[in-house]
Unconditional design. Structure first.
Length: 152
């Protein structure tokens, strides 16, 4: 088998934010992709628990990636089995392959969770969208890590 790769396009909301999820506390938040990919940003941290993670992939994105990879694997495995079937045709021992396996459903990604409000860090000036519950308590900036306390 050869090496395979695929790309997933993660949609943004109407304001250009992409949905992220903390792997530790599961808090959802949104950031601008250009800010996340900025070379001046070394780490992204969860605004709720403050953890720095390698990725903040949502469950939906992870499920889609697993489904896509599984479907590619099934297709390639079936193709290889069909080759074996052709090679053994007419021989003493024959290899017979059944129908092509059914693909797992690849759910379309949506920029879900609109119940978030945009806020700007007073320290670094970068914007983000956070849940209302987090905005009314304390949170840290995903970019610079400064704690923001709401005084409402």
């Amino acid at each position: 088998m050869s090496e395979y790769s695929f790309e997933l396009s993660i949609p943004t909301d109407t304001d250009g934010y992409v949905l992220m999820q903390c792997p530790l506390c599961c808090e959802m938040f949104k950031l601008h992709p250009h800010d996340v990919e900025d070379d001046a940003v070394f780490d992204i941290r969860c605004p709720c628990c403050g953890i720095v993670s390698d990725n903040y992939i949502t469950d939906d994105v992870a499920e889609l990636a697993v489904a896509k990879a599984g479907n590619i694997f099934l297709d390639e495995m079936h193709k290889e089995m069909k080759k074996l079937e052709r090679e053994t045709r007419g021989g003493v021992i024959q290899f017979v392959v059944g129908k092509k396996p059914k693909h797992e459903f690849e759910k379309r990604l949506m920029p879900t969770i609109e119940a978030m409000s945009e806020t700007v860090c007073e320290e670094c000036g970068k914007s983000m969208k956070l849940t209302h519950a987090l905005l009314f308590t304390a949170y840290c900036c995903p970019y610079c890590g400064v704690s923001n306390f709401n005084e409402r």
